[in-house]
Design a binder for this molecule. Structure first.
Ligand code: FE2
Length: 427
């Protein structure tokens, strides 16, 4: 009998080590030099990058792949997107939402994206969104970890049943407490919503992930409140602030006080560069703000920052494929993270950092961890970002869930005979 179920030979790990990986059941049984071992399936990964799976810490799966229904977002703003989604969620059936989400999960898996945190709108009293996403979470469980956030899209206080519906969603089995303080009626109500939602999370022992300060308003201060409540309730290391775009426009002195507070509270940050580069700054003339939060400055303070996808073909964003390399690629540009060290960090942000933000169990390439990983047609993480390369094989929980033939593009240029090489340097 073979020693391993799957044996991946000679792959390059993100840290540059070359190693074989042997899986048994759903676990990585061995990693290192496994030459001479036998396996049910052997994959030659010499010259290829073998990475732990991509993780998306911020998505909206109830809205995904609905672009154009019932109409498109003509202004391109966050607020028109919210209005449009308000119309759509009343006409979308549970079956449609499940169907769209499962299609997206297929896309995700083929791209090596094996864990997703999705916000689920808890505004409508029928909670069809929650019913649909709980069903999707169950159906994809064998191959994709879906973490759901109770998200009061129209406001915890601003919509009549906002508070009650968040509680109902959590009772139904939603995993994480969400919020949207900048969309409440006043700054005071936004502040109060942060307090109430963090208390709810503390009582139930849940993680928190709030859409926070997703505006261009330099005076939006909800991240400060979130850090305060995190410390007051002992939730350190369990709270994330998503977007934080106001920080782009805040006064520098204020930010110099804010970032250490966030670091003390061990709050993580989830910017969503594809979306925020198109949604923010829409009210500006010129100069036009980029609206991405202060990524490098937060990292310099020791704050965990992970790139999120947010939207794919929905009321807020017309494009997207589910590829976390696209997300990191955009983030790298907008945040100007172009040194080799910063580019490698961008790759970590869509893998290891995001996994830590989600508190994923068994994540990583080491003996005893879950047998989930991706073989990429690139020599190293920077090359993977540059090429947004093919995923040659995706293994999830010990099973090969996606494979793609290597595309060896052949160049035949006049005067350069024999220019036939793989696109990455290791080839
Ligand atoms: Fe979002």
């Amino acid at each position: 009998m073979a020693e391993f179920d799957i044996l991946v030979t000679g792959g390059t790990l993100p840290d540059g080590r070359v190693a074989d990986i042997g899986t048994k059941g759903t676990t990585i049984a061995a990693i290192g030099d496994l030459s001479g071992s036998s396996a049910g399936r052997v994959i030659d990964a010499a010259g290829d990058l073998v990475s732990p799976p991509f993780v998306d810490p911020h998505f909206h799966m109830d809205a995904t792949l609905s672009y154009g229904t019932p109409r498109i977002n003509a202004s391109g703003t966050l607020l028109e997107g919210i209005d449009l989604w308000g119309e759509l969620r009343e006409i979308a059936t549970v079956e449609e939402m499940v169907d769209r989400a499962l299609t997206y999960c297929d896309w995700a898996v083929s791209l090596g994206l094996l864990a997703i945190r999705s916000h689920v709108d808890t505004t409508p009293d029928h909670l069809n969104t929650v019913t649909a996403m709980l069903e999707v979470r169950e159906r994809v469980k064998p191959y994709l970890d879906l973490q759901l956030v109770a998200f009061p899209q129209d406001g915890f206080f601003r919509s009549k049943t906002g508070a009650e519906n968040v509680r109902r969603a959590l009772d139904m089995g939603v995993d994480v407490v969400g919020g949207i303080p900048h969309f409440e009626r006043t700054m005071e109500e936004g502040r109060a919503s942060v307090r109430a939602l963090c208390e709810m999370a503390a009582e139930r022992g849940l993680l928190v992930d709030m859409h926070c300060d997703e505006t261009d308003d330099p005076m939006s201060r909800h991240i400060e409140a979130l850090a305060y409540e995190t410390q007051r309730l002992g939730l350190e290391g369990r709270v994330a602030g998503s977007h934080l775009t106001s920080m782009h426009s805040m006064d520098n002195y204020y930010v110099s006080k804010l970032l250490p507070l966030m670091a003390e509270a061990q709050i993580s940050a989830i910017p969503n560069p594809l979306i925020n580069i198109v949604l923010q700054g829409r009210h500006d003339t010129y100069p036009k703000r980029r609206g991405l939060t202060r990524v490098k400055e937060m990292q310099a303070q020791g704050i965990a920052v992970g790139w999120g996808q947010d939207c794919v073909r929905d009321p807020w964003y017309s494009l997207g494929t589910g590829d976390m390399l696209d997300v990191a690629f955009m983030g790298l540009h907008v945040a100007q993270m172009t040194s080799p060290e910063e580019m490698r960090r961008c790759f970590e942000m869509v893998t290891e950092v995001n996994a830590a933000i989600l508190h994923l169990d068994g994540y990583g390439l080491a003996e005893g961890k879950t047998a989930s990983f991706v073989i990429l047609d690139a020599g190293d993480p920077v090359e993977a970002l540059r090429l947004r390369c093919d995923r040659l094989a995706v293994v999830s929980k010990g099973k090969i869930v996606s494979e793609k033939a290597r595309n060896d593009s052949r160049l035949s240029l006049v005067g350069r005979p024999g220019t036939v090489r793989r696109r990455h340097s290791a080839g």
